[in-house]
Design a protein around this ligand. Sequence first.
Ligand code: ATP
Length: 217
Amino acid sequence: MSGLRVVEVGHGYGAGAGRVEVLHDVSLAAAPGELVALAGPSGSGKSTLCHLAAGFERPDRGEVAVDGVPTAGVTDWAVVAVVPQQHGLLAGLSVEDNVCLPAYRAGVDPTAAFSALAEALDLDAFTRRGVRETSLGEQQRTAVARALVLSPRVAVLDEPTGHQDDDHVTQVVAVLAAAAHAGSAVLVATHDRRVWEVADRVVRLDEGHVVQGRHRA
Ligand SMILES: Nc1ncnc2c1ncn2[C@@H]1O[C@H](COP(=O)(O)OP(=O)(O)OP(=O)(O)O)[C@@H](O)[C@H]1O
């Protein structure tokens, strides 16, 4: 199956008595063109699942793959791109260079994608500024733009609206929906109902178990 596939994943941290089992037999999928929201209480395992989906870690058990290839071996942001909870921007670079970095690395001209994302995410007023001289919300939107600049096959976003006001939440949600509409498989870990409302599916985690899925009415 194409897109993101998580099959019977178990994952934890530490060893011996201090071992914490975080994910238990978790399966989910995001097909190309689908926006899947990952919901659940704090500590339920959303970020852990995002890390695995992004390929930052290899699952202890089960499989996490994009188009059949384990994400842990994928470094190409045209295949899997991510917005980590802490954004992961390069502090020494401008907003524009952060957004365009995946394109520079891939040898792709980012001009058209950058200007569309900068306008859609209200970055235009500070694109030449260093990211250190921008607000946390601006940094978060910069990280969203960076994840989408190559129109990745899979985009994984951890709480991408957490630092946004209402108007900017609307912009981020619209950009994520547009990315899915354009063919990306989009996985969004979020407490934000406004993301759940546009999602094709909401997968809920509780203590590392999938407890329900909801198809949009
Ligand atoms: N490196 C680690 N070592 C040990 N335990 C960890 C580690 N990372 C996460 N955990 C634990 O795993 C559990 C799940 O954490 P995770 O960050 O995935 O939850 P979350 O659902 O994203 O929470 P939040 O909504 O607060 O961001 C928590 O109990 C957390 O303390």
